[in-house]
Design a protein around this ligand. Structure first.
Ligand code: ZN
Length: 328
C-alpha cells in the first residue's frame, strides 16, 4: 500500500462530510483521473460546486489545493475553510452563497496521486507547477523547472499531464464563461519562506500582467479594509521565476479570448497563497531533517495556522460579487 493512502482517505472522507453538511448547496463531481502510478493505478480528481447553479454561472470564485503532494497543509486549510463555512452557517459569505449572490467551485486535491505517494510531483514524477509549457524568460537552474529526468524534483514533463488537463477543464467549464466582474481563484501552496505570500501572474517573467493595477488595488483593499497585513502581496516573479506555471498559461489564455474587451468586462484573477512554514524551524531545528519538515508546520502550531486563513479566503472569494468601484 502507498504510504500516503491513509492520509488521502482521511481528506476524501472530510470532503464527503462537507458535501453532506452543505446539503442542497453542494454538488460533488468527478472531473477526471490522475496520471497512472507504475502499478497502473489512477486516482479520481473531484470538484465541488458550492452555491446555486445560477451563481456558479454568474458570480463564481475558485479554490484549489493539493497541486503538490507534500503540501498537505494547503488541503487542510481548504477543508477547514469549507467545514467552518457549513458548520457555523452564520457568516456573511454563507448568507451570500445561500441567497445565490455567489458561488464557489473547488478542487480540494488536484494531485491525489502525489498525496498518496507522499511526494511533490504527480505519479509520473512531473511537477505540475512546471508542466504548463510556458517558457520563462529566465528561470533559476533546476528549481525553476528542468527536462533532465523525472528522477529529480521540479521535472517539467514532455506533455500536459492528466492533472493539468483537469485544471484546464475546471477553467473552461467555470472560470472562462463566468460573468462576474472579478473572477478570483486562490490556489493554496506551502513551504516557501517564513511568511505568507500572495502571488499573482506572472511566474515566468518580470513583465507586468494586464491586471497588475487591479491586483494592487485588491491587495490594498485586503490590507486596509480587512487588515490582512501579514500577507505579502506581489507578482510571483518578484520572489522567483519558473517555467511552466499552470496559472500563467490559463491567465494568458483568458487574455487571448476575453481580455480587456471593455472597462467593465470580466477579469480572471488567479492568486497563489503560499503559506510560509519555515518560521518555526528555530523552535524545532530537527524538522529540516524530516521529509515533510520544510513544507509543513510543527504539530502544535498547525491548528492555529490553519484557522488563521479563514477570513482571508472569505474576503478574497467575496470579490466575485463586487464591482471594480467597490475597491475605491
Ligand atoms: Zn506548491
Amino acid at each position: 500500500m502507498l504510504r500516503g493512502m491513509k492520509r488521502l482517505n482521511r481528506y476524501e472522507n472530510r470532503i464527503l462530510k462537507i458535501v453532506k453538511l452543505g446539503g442542497k448547496l453542494v454538488r460533488f463531481k468527478q472531473f477526471g483521473f490522475s496520471t497512472k502510478t507504475a502499478e497502473g493505478f489512477r486516482f479520481p480528481i473531484y470538484v465541488l460546486e458550492i452555491g446555486k447553479e445560477k451563481a456558479i454561472k454568474r458570480n463564481v470564485a475558485g479554490l484549489v489545493a493539493g497541486v503538490h503532494g507534500l503540501e498537505t497543509i494547503g488541503i487542510r486549510v481548504l477543508l477547514d475553510f469549507l467545514d467552518d463555512l457549513f458548520a457555523r452557517k452564520t457568516s456573511e459569505l454563507y448568507e451570500e452563497i445561500k441567497s445565490g449572490e455567489l458561488g464557489i467551485v473547488c478542487i480540494p486535491i488536484l494531485n491525489p496521486g502525489g498525496v498518496a505517494m507522499k511526494r511533490r510531483s504527480n505519479p509520473g514524477g512531473v511537477d505540475l507547477m512546471r508542466n504548463s509549457g510556458v517558457e520563462a524568460v529566465k528561470a533559476p537552474f533546476f528549481f525553476g523547472g528542468h527536462k533532465i529526468s523525472n528522477f529529480f524534483p521540479y521535472y517539467r514533463g514532455n506533455v500536459l499531464q492528466a492533472e493539468s488537463k483537469v485544471l484546464d477543464r475546471f477553467y473552461n467549464e467555470y472560470l472562462l464563461p463566468a460573468e462576474n466582474t472579478m473572477i478570483p481563484v486562490v490556489d493554496i501552496h506551502s513551504g516557501f519562506g517564513a511568511i505568507d505570500h500572495v502571488w499573482w501572474p506572472y511566474a515566468s517573467t518580470h513583465s507586468q500582467c494586464a491586471d497588475e493595477f487591479l491586483f494592487q488595488k485588491i491587495a490594498n483593499h485586503l490590507t486596509t479594509k480587512f487588515n490582512h497585513i501579514l500577507y505579502k502581496f506581489g507578482p510571483q516573479s518578484e520572489t522567483y521565476t519558473t517555467h511552466g506555471d499552470l496559472w500563467d498559461r490559463l491567465y494568458d489564455e483568458y487574455q487571448k479570448t476575453k481580455g480587456n474587451v471593455s472597462s467593465n468586462s470580466s477579469r480572471f484573477l488567479p492568486l497563489t497563497l503560499e503559506i510560509g512554514t519555515w518560521s518555526d524551524i528555530q523552535l524545532d531545528p530537527w524538522k529540516v531533517f524530516r521529509k515533510r519538515g520544510i513544507f509543513n508546520p510543527t504539530r502544535e502550531t498547525k491548528q492555529e495556522l490553519i484557522i488563521s486563513h479563514r477570513k482571508f479566503l472569505a474576503n478574497v472569494l467575496r470579490l466575485a460579487k463586487m464591482k471594480l468601484t467597490d475597491l475605491d
